[in-house]
Design a protein around this ligand. Structure first.
Ligand code: DNO
Length: 399
């Protein structure tokens, strides 16, 4: 598997030299300053590629080209928005990047309530607290009819939690939920957020799925023509938030997406942390079933807690059997290699990492994307990959 690293561009406090020191070979990046879904210019894309290239690295994956809200709600401007998306796709393909990640999550991208949750190691983890989340939704945001989306017990727990929450705690949870984690495409204040939710509160999963299908029917043929493999990222977390629909959370969602357009260009980002936040997703089985459409993987692990909360564990701890997942991915690589496929090597990146050591006190840090935590994660994952290749998949050894 090709070892890659997410880099947010020249503003990222983690430099390209750091990336090389971590031992990554390729870069995952996007034009993060153009996050409103307008078309990326060829000049900007080429510039980003050249900066990466001059550091001795390659830009392997675009994560992500933002999918505008108009596309998700199918409003009158949807075709124009899809047109801009295709223009960005053409620009990155021309610059030589052939794997493109995107997501179809309404309003909020990845969502956590706590960005500095102390682990027993004294490192700090990202966490989703299901009770804090419900307390925020029902009692702070006061989303109309929010209570109906929770069990009666959860509403009682959330009320009790809300009553103990300080102003500071509420402000922190709110900031984490609606004002943007790294790479979030939209940031809100409370009134704007409530307004944005209205686009989706009466939309069913089937309606959102139909809008995704329309999008795929438009963009997959263009991707095919350009030799680009699209890779949809799962919902994070993989269940409904704020009463909104979700369509990329389970194996059955994936089956529907893949069959909506039966092309190798219509593929997946296999994010073990996102799919792994549901106990009913069997991750190695999903790799075996969907392997030939997995074009990119995010490797990280979550620990599910009893009340529906979860936190990000060490890369090799948590609920996912990382050895079995990597074994299944390598088996897929071998299968492709034997078929003579040029795209046999699947890019992986160590996803997120704990905040550790000197990174803890740094003034500028992208939550989840600090250097030392990811460096540790990549080192552990690389150990598994190297061992499995040496013992079971020698044909993949490129050294
Ligand atoms: C968070 C990431 C997300 C993801 C996008 C993909 O760490 O996994 O930002 O990149 O949702 O489009």
């Amino acid at each position: 598997m090709r070892q890659t690293w997410r880099w947010f561009g020249e503003d990222d406090p983690v430099t390209l030299d750091h990336v090389k020191q971590a031992g990554a070979e390729g870069i995952v990046s996007a034009l993060h300053h153009v996050y409103d879904g307008s078309a990326w210019s060829q000049q900007d894309v080429d510039r980003r590629r050249d900066v990466i290239r001059s550091a001795g690295l390659t830009w392997d994956v675009v994560e992500s080209i933002p999918v505008r809200n108009e596309i998700k709600i199918a409003d009158a401007k949807r075709n124009q928005a899809i047109g801009s998306w295709k223009d960005s796709l053409r620009a990155v393909a021309k610059a030589g990047v052939k794997v493109v990640c995107y997501n179809f999550m309404p309003v909020v991208d990845w969502t956590r309530t706590d960005l500095r949750w102390p682990m027993s190691t004294t490192g700090l983890a990202l966490r989703f607290d299901a009770v804090d989340f419900a307390a925020y939704d029902i009692f702070v945001l006061q989303r109309p009819d929010a209570e109906a989306d929770y069990s009666p017990d959860r509403v009682v727990e959330a009320k009790a939690r809300f009553e103990t929450m300080s102003e500071d705690k509420i402000a922190t949870v709110e900031k984490n939920l609606i004002a943007g984690l790294p790479a979030t495409e939209r940031k809100f204040d409370r009134p704007a957020f409530k307004q944005a939710l209205l686009d989706f509160t009466s939309m069913s999963d089937d309606e959102l799925r139909a809008n995704l299908t329309h999008f795929l029917k438009e963009v997959v043929p263009v991707a095919e023509e350009l030799g680009v493999r699209l890779a949809i990222h799962p919902d994070d977390p993989p269940f409904s938030l704020f009463g909104m629909p979700r369509v990329v959370s389970t194996a059955s969602d994936v089956r529907r997406i893949l069959s909506a357009s039966d092309s190798v260009s219509n593929g997946l980002t296999f994010c073990t942390g996102s799919y792994g936040a549901r106990a009913d997703n069997d991750l190695p089985a999903m790799v075996r079933e969907f392997g030939d459409r997995i074009h990119f993987t995010h490797l990280r692990n979550v620990a599910l807690e009893t009340d529906g909360s979860f936190h990000e564990a060490e890369h090799l701890e948590g609920g996912a059997d990382m050895v079995a997942i990597i074994d299944a991915l390598l088996a897929e690589e071998l299968r492709r290699k034997q078929e003579g496929r040029a795209d046999w090597s699947i890019p992986m990146r160590p996803d997120h990492g704990h905040l550790l050591a000197d990174d803890i006190d740094k003034a500028r840090i992208n939550p989840g994307y600090s250097l030392i935590g990811r460096l540790k994660g990549l080192a552990e994952l690389r150990g598994i990959m190297r061992t499995l290749v040496a013992t079971r998949y020698q044909a993949l050894d490129q050294r």
